[in-house]
Design a protein around this ligand. Structure first.
Ligand code: HEC
Length: 186
């Protein structure tokens, strides 16, 4: 190896070591601000979001939509109205409404009625997110407490949200509430 390459490697090693020491000092002294109201530095935010997106794509690769499940079937989505309106809408909004104003989270949960948010995920990836949740973000996992058919119904619901008219959503909620008056959500 010539001296130029060696000097380059030494400089790179120095930068890596300095970054590692900087991070350790920050962790040890508590100077990094974990407040949900204070965004991460741009590179940290990029690293976390990229980790999440790549992880979901990798983990969900083996997910296959079961035979007989059509995530574009409105009847399948309708079965998830209780789940979505009770367990998701407060964070992710619904046709005609934003998330609850007090749901101040970081990272911010996206509004799932926006096509560009939902369309970047395949059906298997949406199912994986709903089933497993996302670490350290507030995104919940339904897998441990819900049946497979419910997970696919919620997946269908999310897939159809961007094109679901407000009147359809509100009619489903009204029907669900009438049927479940006096019962806790299960
Ligand atoms: C307490 C708030 C909260 C609840 C409740 C919640 N989520 Fe999330 N969800 C989040 C957050 C925060 C993220 C963003 C995670 C990230 O950016 O890494 C997220 C991400 C997602 C994503 C990926 C969207 C994207 O950012 O590209 C989907 C899909 C999703 N949630 C669906 C659901 C569904 C369906 C439910 C109900 C079963 C639900 N979530 C309930 C907070 C929540």
């Amino acid at each position: 190896m010539n001296t130029k390459v060696l000097n380059g490697l030494a400089a790179l090693g120095g930068v890596v070591a300095a970054a590692a020491i900087g991070a350790t000092v920050m962790i040890a002294t508590g100077t990094y601000n974990v407040a949900a109201t204070e965004p991460h530095a741009r590179p940290v935010e990029w690293a976390l979001r990229s980790t999440m997106e790549r992880s979901v794509r990798e983990q969900a690769e083996a997910v296959a939509v079961p035979a007989g499940v059509d995530v574009r079937d409105p009847a399948l989505a309708a079965r998830a109205i209780g789940h979505y309106s009770v367990a998701c809408a407060g964070c992710h909004g619904a046709p005609g409404s934003e998330r609850a104003p007090w749901m101040v989270l970081y990272p911010e949960p996206e509004n799932l009625t926006r096509a560009e948010v939902v369309d970047r995920w395949s059906d298997g990836e949406l199912y994986w997110i709903v089933k497993n949740g996302i670490k350290d973000t507030g995104m919940i996992a339904l897998g441990p407490t819900h049946k497979e058919e419910d997970l696919w119904a919620v997946t269908a619901f999310v897939r159809q949200l961007p094109t679901m008219p407000k009147s359809d959503y509100e009619a489903l909620v009204a029907k669900y509430q009438a049927e479940h008056a006096g019962h806790a959500h299960r």
